[in-house]
Design a protein. Structure first.
Lengths: 297, 199
C-alpha cells in the first residue's frame, strides 16, 4: 500500500483507521506508554488557520502553545491535555492545558516520550503529531527571538536591540519632544577582578549586575549589556538630573545582592543634548570617561 | 491571551537548567499568585534562587515553588526491569522466513515467521518473546515503513487482545528487518519489564 508521502505499509490484519491510532491518556500515564515519533499527516486545517490568525496578531510563542492546547481541548472535548517537547536547544519542556503544573511523577513519565497526551484518549495520532509540531515550532521561534534580542549571560537586552530601542527613542524625541536620558555604565576595574578571581566569578558578578539593573529600571525603560563590562540604560521621560535616582536604586540593589562591583556612569539627554543616537552615545561616553579621569581624543 | 511580558517570563523560567514545566496560578483579579516549577536540575538550590530572582522582577508578590522531579525520575528508572535485547535477525530470501533471536537476563528465545522482512520481522519478534516465556497479550496490526524526508523508520502497531490501548513502536536501523524487530521491541520493552515477575 502506498501513501501520499511515498511510504509503504504491510497490513497483516485488518487495517485500522485513524480512530484506532490515538494519543496516550494523561491520567493513566504508565511506564509502558509509548508515543510514535513520526506523523503520517502533518496538515490540520484548523491548526493552520489558528497559526495564521495568531501570526496576524503577534509572533508565535509560549502563548500560542497554550492557545493551541485550549482549542485542541475544545475541539475534542478533552478534560486535560499536555504536550511534551524535546529539542537540543531547549531540552525537555512540558505544557499543560490552562498553564497548569504537572506533578513530578507525571513529569518523570512524560519526559520519556515526547508527544501529546490527552484525556480522554480519543484523538487521532496524526492530529496529535501536528499539534506537537506546531508547538515545537512556536517554542523554537520564541526562543530564537528571545536569544536574538537578549544577552545570554544577563538576560537583559543585547547591543543590537539596544541600538534599535535608542533609534526609536531618539526618533520620538525628535518628533514629539519626548525627553529621555541615555545612561552608559562602566564597571570599574572589572578586568582586574576577572584576572584575580577567574572568569566564572566575573560572570557571576555580571549576572548579578544585570539583575540589579533590571530591578533598578522602571517599566518602559531599557537596560542592555552593550559590551563585556559596559551597560546602557534608556530612562524614558527622564531629564539628565533624574538619572541620580536610577543610580541610587542600582547601588542599593547591588548592596542587597552583596555585589562588590563599583561603576561609573556617563549620561546624555534627548532632545536637550541631541536627537541623534550616535551623538547621544558619543556625549555619554565622553562624560563617562571624563569621570573616570581618562581623556579621549 | 497571554501578554508578551507573561510569555517572556515563562520562557525565562523554562530556560533555566533542568526546568521541565512551569505552572502559573492566578488570583481571580489576574495577579500571579504562585509560580510552580518542576525541575530535574543538578543544583535545585541554584534553580530556586534564579527562579525567585526572575519572578521578583516580573511579579514581586508571587510565591515560587520548585518541585524536584529528580526523585520521581530515579524511581521511574528503578521500576524498569531488564530490557530485552536483539541478538540476531536473519532473513532467508529463498523461503521468505525471518528468524529472530532475543535475550533477556542471560536467557535467549528464538522466533520464526514468514511474510517478508517487515511483517516477518515483527511476527518473529513476538514469537521469540513468547519463546522467552513472556505472555504477550498483543497481536500484530500493522508494520509501516515510512519516509518522512529525512530517514526511513519502521512503525509497528500492536493490537491488545485484552481490549487495552494499542501500542506503537518506532525504530530506524540498517535494514527493514532489524528496524521491524526493534520497533516491535520498542512498543513492548517497558511493558515487558513490568511482567518480569510473571515469568
Amino acid at each position: 500500500m502506498s501513501s501520499k508521502n511515498g511510504s509503504t505499509a504491510e497490513t497483516p490484519h485488518e487495517s485500522g483507521d485513524d480512530e484506532n491510532e490515538t494519543g496516550a491518556t494523561l491520567s493513566s500515564i504508565h511506564p509502558e506508554v509509548q508515543r510514535t515519533d513520526v506523523s503520517e499527516e502533518d496538515y490540520e486545517p484548523w491548526l493552520f488557520q489558528t497559526m495564521l490568525n495568531e501570526l496576524s496578531e503577534r509572533e508565535l510563542g509560549v502563548g500560542f502553545i497554550y492557545a493551541i492546547l485550549e482549542l485542541f481541548a475544545e475541539r475534542h472535548k478533552l478534560t486535560d491535555v499536555a504536550v511534551v517537547l524535546v529539542n537540543d536547544t531547549f531540552g525537555t519542556q512540558m505544557f499543560r492545558l490552562g498553564g497548569e503544573s504537572v506533578t513530578p511523577e507525571m513529569a518523570a513519565h512524560l519526559s520519556a516520550s515526547p508527544g501529546v497526551y490527552c484525556e480522554p484518549d480519543n484523538v487521532p495520532s496524526a492530529e496529535c503529531d501536528a499539534v506537537r509540531t506546531a508547538c515545537q515550532l512556536a517554542m523554537s521561534l520564541h526562543l530564537a527571538r528571545f536569544s536574538a534580542a537578549h544577552d545570554p549571560l544577563t538576560n537583559i537586552a543585547n547591543r543590537r536591540s539596544f541600538d534599535e530601542a535608542l533609534e526609536v527613542a531618539a526618533a520620538r524625541s525628535a518628533r514629539y519632544g519626548w525627553a529621555f536620558t541615555l545612561v552608559l555604565v562602566d564597571l570599574n576595574n572589572f578586568k582586574a577582578v576577572n584576572d584575580r578571581s577567574g572568569h566564572e566569578y566575573g560572570n557571576h558578578l555580571l549576572r548579578q549586575f544585570g539583575f540589579a539593573l533590571r530591578q533598578a529600571v522602571r517599566q518602559g525603560d531599557v537596560a542592555a549589556r552593550i559590551g563585556g563590562d559596559e551597560f546602557a540604560v534608556i530612562l524614558s521621560n527622564a531629564e539628565g538630573h533624574e538619572s541620580s535616582g536610577f543610580t541610587e536604586r542600582l547601588r542599593g540593589h547591588l548592596v542587597t545582592l552583596g555585589n562588590p562591583v563599583e561603576f561609573t556612569i556617563g549620561t546624555s539627554t534627548s532632545p536637550r543634548d541631541s536627537t541623534d543616537p550616535g551623538e547621544l552615545l558619543r556625549l555619554a561616553d565622553g562624560r563617562l570617561y571624563e569621570k573616570k579621569g581618562i581623556r579621549i581624543s | 491571551m497571554m501578554s508578551r511580558t507573561e510569555e517572556d517570563f515563562e520562557l525565562e523560567l523554562r530556560s533555566l537548567p533542568g526546568v521541565l514545566n512551569v505552572g502559573i496560578t492566578k488570583h481571580p483579579n489576574g495577579d500571579v499568585d504562585v509560580v510552580t516549577l518542576v525541575a530535574n536540575s543538578k543544583d535545585p538550590a541554584a534553580t530556586r534562587s534564579a527562579a525567585s530572582q526572575i519572578a521578583s522582577l516580573y511579579y514581586p508578590e508571587a510565591a515560587v515553588v520548585i518541585e524536584d522531579a529528580n526523585r520521581a525520575m530515579a524511581d521511574n528508572n528503578r521500576r524498569e526491569g531488564p530490557r530485552v535485547a536483539l541478538i540476531r535477525a536473519d532473513y532467508d530470501t529463498s523461503d521468505g522466513f525471518c528468524e529472530v533471536q532475543l535475550s533477556v537476563d542471560g536467557r535467549t528465545g528464538i522466533g520464526r515467521a514468514g511474510s517478508g522482512p517487515l511483517i516477518g520481522g515483527a511476527e518473529a519478534t513476538l514469537a521469540a518473546l513468547r519463546d522467552l516465556g513472556y505472555d504477550v497479550p498483543y497481536s500484530l496490526m500493522t508494520v509501516t515503513n515510512v519516509t518522512n524526508g529525512r530517514d526511513w523508520p519502521v512503525i509497528v502497531t500492536l493490537r491488545s487482545l485484552a481490549n487495552d490501548a494499542d501500542r506503537f513502536g518506532i525504530a530506524r536501523s540498517e535494514d527493514d528487518l532489524v528496524s521491524a524487530v526493534k520497533a516491535t521491541l520498542d512498543s513492548l520493552n517497558r511493558f515487558l519489564s513490568t511482567l518480569e515477575g510473571r515469568i
